[in-house]
Design a protein around this ligand. Sequence first.
Ligand SMILES: NC(=O)c1ccc[n+]([C@@H]2O[C@H](COP(=O)([O-])OP(=O)(O)OC[C@H]3O[C@@H](n4cnc5c(N)ncnc54)[C@H](O)[C@@H]3O)[C@@H](O)[C@H]2O)c1
Length: 252
Amino acid sequence: MNEFQNKVAIVTGGTSGIGRAAAVAYAREGAKVVVAGRRTAEGEETVELVRVQGGEGIFVATDVSKAVQVKNLVERTMQKFGRLDFAFNNAAIEQEPTPFLEQDEATYDRVMDINVKGLWLSMKYEIPAMLKTGGGSIVNTSSGAGVVGMAGAEIYVASKHAVIGLTKSAALEFGKQGIRVNAILPGVVETDMFQRFVSEKPDLRAQMTAMHPIGRIGKPEEIAEAAIWLSSSKSSFVTGHSLMVDGGFTAQ
Ligand SMILES: NC(=O)c1ccc[n+]([C@@H]2O[C@H](COP(=O)([O-])OP(=O)(O)OC[C@H]3O[C@@H](n4cnc5c(N)ncnc54)[C@H](O)[C@@H]3O)[C@@H](O)[C@H]2O)c1
């Protein structure tokens, strides 16, 4: 039997892009999927895609930066499906490229609240639920910006470096209790986030494509496949790891 059958996955930021592709991939593998995000219509669309795979899923409206909402997400998961095996903590926002000295406190707070606090809160509530059935696998979405700097995106870069610190430290703390925690570091991927980033800047798309030695940017499904591998027992000796899925971007 497929090891994902009768297992349950939470996907945050499952309303679009990489999160949506991951929700579909978990469903294809046989897991039940809890799609979390702020936008109900888009979340329900993802649940519909899960059903098209023959899967079962629910949407739980969640702003990951709010403890009460993340707590509710995990409670609803346990009420509906009775267990939690996988979490893909993927919700994040980008930072509009801005010279450092013009970056403001409100942007700092918004990016850090969602990208760092939101991921910390997600793990804080997911881990106790996973421990009830002997463990699980957590995959956190960092970025190539988790290991390299980007002028004009200092806050986003700091937030994605922080994801790696949270990932490594939680992996150390819960390794003996059956919870593995890993990070995926995507290169540039064709999603809404990328569209917003390059909109009205046609040169930027070509520049960003050229940054990838493989000669193209990535597809959401290519990141989702890495999340599936890190969730599965095929990666059973992998924890605290940062997996580059970036077309060679960070190999340069
Ligand atoms: N697209 C890229 O090039 C790229 C590259 C590296 C890393 N990433 C990372 O991949 C992840 C997914 O991004 P994407 O490219 O699919 O973009 P996206 O904008 O399509 O997806 C991000 C999702 O997170 C959701 N979200 C934002 N704030 C939230 C909040 N407070 N609570 C709950 N959900 C929230 C958004 O609604 C959206 O559905 C992010 O962590 C992003 O930083 C993306």
